[in-house]
Design a protein around this ligand. Sequence first.
Ligand SMILES: [Zn+2]
Length: 143
Amino acid sequence: MASHQQVKQYLSHWLQLGKRIVIRNGEEFRQPQPVIEGDRFSKAFEDCWQEVIAAKAGTCYLEGTDQTIAELLTAEWIVEDCARCEMPVPMRIQGSPPTCCPCTDLPTWPNEEIPRPRLPVSSQTHLHDLCHRLTQTATPEDS
Ligand SMILES: [Zn+2]
């Protein structure tokens, strides 16, 4: 099953691309911005996440998808990277794969020109990434 952490990351990635979270069975939308503040998720996003996983929010799902957040947290679902755009997408463990990725209604995605959605990074991890990237610039990257 997808863990709370995975589902949270899945939502945070798509919110960074401008998707909204549909809550209360389609009556309301949530689009906390910014999603990330420094090395952590923003208060707005954390509040939204708490609202989404609370039972009183009713059926919640990412705009453009059929899988509810509650479904994703059951044993039938996992979160994997999309083959087309490498964003986290819900996949059914058994049976047919999802018919589409949330990226299908984003004509501008995938886009190599804009920064990819990211996770909050601690400065320690960030430094490590930076060093890693610096050592990589020595070799030409195929994008
Ligand atoms: Zn995709």
